[in-house]
Ligand binder design. Structure first.
Ligand SMILES: Cc1cc2nc3c(=O)[nH]c(=O)nc-3n(C[C@H](O)[C@H](O)[C@H](O)COP(=O)(O)O)c2cc1C
Length: 353
């Protein structure tokens, strides 16, 4: 099957089928209400600076697509909405433009979003199979992006019939890349999270996007496409490290810039991720429908709603600056509590700060 056909199948499945993991573990995180906020709502500053760029609040649209005419329309629509609202944008895998430079235009959205943080994207298997730093530089510089995310998607690759199952020596390849690139380099998962042990190995990078379990499940997406091994793929539907657990694991590993993503669905979720240790958040699937419909104003409305919810969360936690959220107490309950317990985490760090 051609990459183009596979990508349009992914988009169709994501729009028409249930591809969410069974449980969103951000439900197990709650704030301790501050009855005396001691600040005025309008004085709250939701802005942050990350990778050298200002965001109006801590959010990117996570990597989704590129390489086809439909993808170009999606990326253009997302870019316009990001420029209007002051948030960042991750582009989908740029493999298509590295292999056929005539497809570069499908990612080339800087002209629609001159100020935003724009993140390029290539899968680790491509580097294992022979891409070099030249391909990384081409992917970023050709479209005036600010940085590169290398995606780690072993769960997705193993779930798809045409998957690239090449991850050997990925760590040393990432180290070599980091030495040679002048722009920030991060890794991102695609829905299965990053553990403390993995994060420790990757601490030389400029950040980690956890893209944990709780939102879009790539095994679910591939389940709908698969003809062979359907039952095996179904068993992987809820495989992975829940997003809030993965953020806490990366924090303990000492990662300075953590992106909380995977199942972030409202502004309160964003506040929870920041409070757990993330610097910013990412959301993918909830933006796809409006992007396919080229509905910039619909996207702007969604993003403004997320921003207002995030600001309300800051107000009710008595936070004037985003960083204040990291000092507010949290309650951890349910399955997430049990998982954190088994991973030896100290709840008091969150409960009594
Ligand atoms: C249609 C679609 C295509 C995606 N393509 C990519 C991709 O090319 N590269 C990547 O790193 N992640 C890709 N992702 C994963 C997302 O960036 C994100 O990590 C994941 O969907 C979890 O976030 P969510 O629960 O908010 O959707 C894709 C997601 C969707 C929905």
């Amino acid at each position: 099957m051609t990459t183009e056909k596979r990508k349009s199948q992914h988009i169709k499945i994501c729009l028409e089928e249930d591809v969410q993991s069974k449980y969103n573990y951000l439900e197990d995180v709650s704030f301790i209400h501050s009855a005396l906020p001691e600040l005025n709502f309008d004085d709250i500053d939701t802005g942050i600076k990350i990778f050298g760029k200002n965001l109006s609040f801590p959010l990117f649209i996570s990597a989704m697509t590129g390489g086809t005419e439909e993808a170009f329309k999606i990326n253009k629509t997302l870019a316009k909405a990001c420029q209007k609202t002051g948030i960042g944008l991750g582009l989908g895998s740029q493999r298509a433009m590295v292999e056929d430079s005539s497809l570069t235009y499908t990612y080339d959205v800087r002209k629609y979003a001159k100020d935003i943080l724009l993140i390029g994207n290539i899968g680790l298997p491509q580097f294992v199979k022979g891409y070099s730093e030249k391909d990384a530089i081409f992917s970023v510089e050709e479209i005036k992006a600010d940085m590169l995310a290398v995606h780690l998607n072993s769960l997705q690759e193993v779930s798809q019939p045409e998957g690239d199952l090449f991850f050997k020596e990925g760590l040393s390849l990432l180290k070599k890349l980091k030495e040679k690139l002048s722009f920030p380099l991060i890794v991102k998962e695609t829905g299965a999270g990053v553990s403390k042990e993995t994060a420790e190995k990757l601490s030389f990078l400029d950040g980690i996007d956890v893209a944990g379990l709780g939102g879009t499940s790539w095994s679910a997406v591939e389940y709908y496409r698969s003809k062979d091994h359907k039952e095996t793929i179904k068993k992987l539907w809820n495989w992975g490290i829940p997003t809030p657990l993965s953020i806490a694991e990366c924090r303990i590993a000492g990662i300075k810039t953590i992106i909380g993503s995977g199942g972030v669905r409202n502004g309160f979720d964003i506040a929870k991720c920041i409070s757990l240790g993330a610097t910013s958040c990412g959301i993918a699937l909830p933006f796809l429908k409006s992007a396919v419909e080229e509905d910039v104003s619909g996207l702007v409305e969604k993003i403004e709603t997320l921003k207002r919810e995030f600001k309300i969360a800051m107000f009710l936690n008595s936070c004037q600056k985003v960083a204040d959220l990291k000092t507010r107490p949290l309650m951890i309950t349910g399955e997430l509590k049990s998982m954190m317990d088994q991973r030896g985490m100290d709840f008091h760090y969150f409960n009594y700060r």
